[in-house]
Design a protein around this ligand. Structure first.
Ligand SMILES: *Cc1c(COP(=O)(O)O)cnc(C)c1O
Length: 438
């Protein structure tokens, strides 16, 4: 079999067909591009399910009382919600909109956890009306607000408190959420976490099950988790005297995936064994019963499953400087390179095995000079009409997509065993005008 470059970054079913083109889930990517147009996002159902199983099985083996909740901000769709439910994976939402998607899929309410640092009253009411299992509160105001909303509905709502352990997950500044100076979580270092827990324990319509932290994303190292876990569980132990009876503990998500071949992520099993051991040791040390452990992968479940497919247009070759190859998408469907300087790997879908002839920079079509999808990637010759596929595009691309430049957000297909199912149609000009008031 001819090797596809960056195979380990592409969906697990990535292959070459007799025509020498890239296939995913048994579907010819170039044919998909012809049928659905580009930009197109292709999600491989097999990879999604395998990643769910790697988490459910990986953590389940190490720590049987564990639960995996997919962070739906990474990519949200009713079709995906159905797959998650079948794989016994719960769901985190951070807005009423993400909850609406879960509801549209009739996702089991007890398996939903509502995160976010500033949920509104209406959002909390919607969540309680749907009967969601858990709400993670993140401010004194929210503790009071949720208690009031729950009281009005005659409900005692199970909650976690989000705490901030002042630990640097060594990710990008804009995605670091464990350090002291950022907006999420009650800081432990300053004593504010303690105050918040006491405050919440005094609320008659809140049942405080425990605490949650999330260090940021993606975390290519395991040490930040194993450093934070005992520190946070020490606080939990200390709070027993104030009446905290820990039943749930959540060290969040943030598990890395590969974007470029020289920065491989840890295996899921490595995260699972280190995190489980760390929770167990800390519970033992502080005399805590072992809680139900909730892990919240988003990127690691959906990132590798998705590829972004574009058609090549014009080229600008600046002699001795750089060669720009423009495609028909860009920062509107993938803001990550512009926002975080994120790196990606690209393959020529109509001829993946062709030898590279030089470095190219894949440019988007948006009116920003920072709209570059991949910088200086070794590629075979590219001509107008060629189709390129950018790997590891399943997470935080479409979920952050915009209509900048009044561009149409892409279609999405789910592929499996040679069949493609459209799960989101491409937007139309009518969609752009649908919310305008004339
Ligand atoms: C974003 C987020 C996650 C998921 O992060 P990933 O890197 O996608 O795994 C999990 N928990 C919380 C609270 C989050 O905000």
């Amino acid at each position: 079999m001819t090797e596809i470059p960056n195979r380990e970054l592409l969906p697990m079913t990535a292959d070459l067909n007799d025509a020498g083109r890239l296939t995913i889930g048994g579907c010819d990517v170039v044919s998909l591009a012809e049928m659905y147009g580009t930009p197109l996002y292709v999600y491989d159902e097999h990879t999604i399910r395998e990643m769910c199983r790697a988490f459910v099985g990986g953590f389940g083996t190490e720590y049987p009382n564990s639960h995996i909740a997919y962070s739906s901000k990474a990519f949200s769709s009713p079709a995906l919600a159905k797959i998650l439910e079948e794989e016994h994976v719960g769901m985190d939402v951070v807005t009423g909109g993400e909850l609406a998607i879960a509801r549209a899929a009739e996702f089991p309410a007890p398996e939903i956890n509502f995160h976010g640092n500033n949920k509104g009253r209406a959002e909390l009411e919607e969540a309680l009306d749907y009967g969601i299992g858990l709400i993670t509160v993140d401010s004194m105001y929210e503790i009071d607000l949720l208690d009031e909303v729950a009281h009005n509905k005659g409900i005692t709502q199970p909650v976690l408190l989000r705490v901030s352990p002042s630990i640097d997950g060594h990710t990008h500044l804009l995605t670091a959420t464990g350090v002291l100076d950022q907006k999420f979580g009650f800081p432990i270092e300053t004593g504010q976490a303690e105050e918040a827990i006491k405050h919440a324990l005094g609320k008659s319509n809140l049942d405080v099950l425990g605490v949650h932290f999330h260090l940021g994303s993606p975390l290519f190292e395991i040490e930040p988790y194993t450093e934070a876990i005992p520190y946070v569980l020490e606080l939990v132990a200390k709070m027993r005297e104030h009446g905290l009876n820990q039943r749930v503990f959540s060290p969040g998500g943030g598990f890395a995936i590969g974007y470029v071949s020289d920065t491989p992520p840890p295996e899921i099993s490595e995260y699972a064994s280190a995190i489980s051991a760390s929770v167990r040791e800390a519970c033992d040390r502080f005399g805590l019963d072992e809680p139900r452990l909730i892990l919240e992968p988003g990127r690691a479940i959906i990132g590798r499953a998705g590829v972004a497919v574009y058609t090549v247009g014009g080229t600008k070759d600046i002699p001795g400087v750089r060669k720009y190859v423009s495609v028909d998408g860009g920062m509107g469907d993938n803001i990550r390179p512009a926002l975080y300087g994120a790196g990606y790997s690209v393959v020529k879908a109509n001829s993946p095995a062709e030898a590279p002839t030089g470095d190219v920079t894949i440019a988007g079509k948006y009116c920003e000079s920072g709209d570059l999808l991949v910088k200086d990637a070794p590629m075979p010759d590219l001509a107008p009409g060629d189709v390129v596929a950018i790997a590891s595009s399943g997470a935080y691309n479409l979920s952050m997509a915009s209509n900048y430049n009044m561009s149409l957000r892409p279609a999405v297909v789910l592929v499996k065993d040679g069949e493609a199912k459209l799960i989101r149609r491409r937007e139309t000009y009518d969609d752009l005008l649908a919310s305008s008031v004339m």
